[in-house]
Design a protein around this ligand. Structure first.
Ligand code: 5AD
Ligand code: SF4
Length: 482
């Protein structure tokens, strides 16, 4: 499903499942732990915004807090510690966080001792300025400083506000076993690297998440094994740019690139589906594509952000590839992994974008016919290369009109593609009960499309073959065939 046009600019980043059915059948594991009553144990509440990396980080934070005796509550009003894991990618993402902070004031009036902590990219971007700008905030903690959270909470409890926004070149939280928050027990995310060394001129991430570093592959493979053993059947390997994953041991005698990591994770079990996000067109290799083709449990789905179809704009964006390079990558994907679904990210109205540039983005969409796209209006971010170099000179009206044209085209492509699926049979991993009907289940095919079908005695976690009989804008509807 496509997010509504007016919601696009604050839609979640691509590795997040924004599909209407994707959060169905959730088992709130953390709510269970909150039933354990430990007298005087501090309760924490955590809320996450932005990319899936942030949601994954919140699971690391949950684990650190659990180690220190905190218990989770799903009601912020009951919490002693309220945490908000923030996103800075576009201005409206930050506005939402500020709005939410005003709502947390209620908790403070209910429990004046309660502490409010800001985590993630906004914390890193604004640092101690946050304490001045939002009086309600007691703690500001950047993405590489979560291990110090318990000490900072203690410090803030004695009246001293706590700030730690140090970025690290090493921290990967490899040894921390994430506490799965809001998990459906079937699909999980594994963070394989942190930071980003690309300097896309529009993007704040290299400033808020620091230098790129790759996590020890053995800890990743172990995490995948543990998840499989506890019943999970799909994992998504997460990184800002997974294709540049490169780990080597201390003395440099052993190393692993993304293709080999992907393969090793796929070998955990043929029953464990493997996805990954995000790929950068300049870095995705034939080696990775051959690994996808060789393993049936690596999903035929690649998220390959284009950002713009115009080489001129791509250069201003510092994406380091051209339209032609991108098209070649699409050709390689289609050659090596036939039937592979491709999704993308597109920014409308970047600095100096002309109508001709915009038309090139539209023609690129016609050429690729993406299965899915996340589409945004350009939002200037302070301190980025673009903010320092170019004027944000495309009017709001023009940005909105161009975005609408992009969205309209994408919706048309998706509707056409959905129709083409009628009569096809897909292997589907069942994720949960459909929101619209208790008697229906939903799941995804390898290409990441959501399918809904009558339960017929099947259960989440099972693989079934579903024949597609009809479609809605977002979903394929069908029935299980034996
Ligand atoms: N304005 C609009 N969209 C942005 N993105 C990143 N920075 C900006 C920005 N300043 C989009 C890109 C990226 C996705 C995660 O968010 O399309 O791929
Ligand atoms: Fe931002 Fe570019 Fe890095 Fe993605 S690859 S996080 S868009 S700088």
């Amino acid at each position: 499903m496509l997010p509504k046009a007016e919601n696009l600019s604050d839609s979640l980043t691509p590795w997040n499942k924004t599909m209407d059915e994707s959060r169905q059948g959730e088992v709130f594991t953390m709510a269970d732990t909150s039933r354990i009553s430990i007298p005087s144990a501090k309760k924490y509440y955590i809320e996450s915004y932005g990319c899936q990396m942030n949601f994954s980080d919140s699971e690391i934070v949950a684990s650190i807090l659990a180690e220190h005796g905190f218990i989770h509550t799903s009601e912020f009003i009951q919490a002693d510690l309220i945490l908000i894991n923030t996103c800075s990618i576009r201005e409206n993402a930050e506005q939402r966080v500020r709005q939410r902070l005003t709502e947390f004031k209620r908790a403070k009036s209910h429990n004046p001792e309660a502490l409010v902590g800001v985590l993630g990219c906004m914390a890193e971007r604004l640092k101690s300025k946050f304490l001045e700008e939002e009086k309600i905030v007691d703690l500001v903690i950047g993405p590489d400083a979560y291990r110090t959270l318990p000490q900072l909470v203690e410090q803030a409890g004695s009246g001293q506000k706590g700030v730690n926004v140090l970025l690290s070149r090493e921290e990967t939280y490899a040894d921390i076993n994430p506490v799965r928050l809001n998990s459906n027990g079937i699909t999980a995310f594994i963070s394989i690297m942190r930071g980003c060394n690309n300097m896309c001129s529009f993007c704040v991430v290299p400033f808020t998440r620091g230098r790129e570093r790759s996590r020890d592959p053995y800890s990743i493979i172990d995490e995948a094994k543990q998840l499989f053993e506890s019943g999970y059947r799909e994992i998504t390997l997460l990184g800002q740019n997974v294709d540049s994953y490169l780990w080597s041991n201390q003395n440099g005698t052993e190393s692993m690139n993304f293709a080999r990591l992907l393969e090793n994770v796929a070998l955990v079990s043929p029953e464990l589906r493997v996805r990954f996000s995000t790929s950068h067109p300049k870095d995705i290799t034939d080696e990775v594509l051959h690994v996808i083709a060789a393993h049936a449990n690596i999903c035929d789905y690649i998220h390959l952000p284009i950002q713009s179809g115009s080489s001129r704009v791509l250069e201003m964006m510092n994406r380091t590839y051209t339209r032609e390079w991108y098209l070649q990558k699409i050709e390689r994907i289609r050659e090596i992994v036939p039937g592979c679904a491709i999704s993308t990210d597109i920014i409308a109205g970047f600095c100096n974008e002309t109508e001709v540039d915009h038309q090139e983005t539209l023609s690129m969409m016609d050429y690729v016919r993406y299965e899915m796209a996340f589409m945004y209006k350009y939002s200037e971010r302070p301190g980025t290369l673009a903010a320092r170099t170019y004027e944000d000179n495309i009017s709001e009206e023009v940005k909105a009109r161009r975005l609408k044209e992009i969205v309209t085209k994408q919706m048309a492509h998706q509707a056409e593609k959905n129709k083409e699926d009628i009569g096809k049979t897909y292997e589907v991993l069942i994720e949960g009960v459909s929101r619209r009907s208790d008697t229906h289940l939903f799941g995804r095919n390898s290409q990441n499309k959501v399918l809904v079908f009558p339960a017929q005695g099947h259960k989440p976690g099972e693989y079934v073959h579903v024949l597609v009989e009809s479609t809605t804008a977002a979903t394929l509807i069908g029935k299980v065939i034996s």
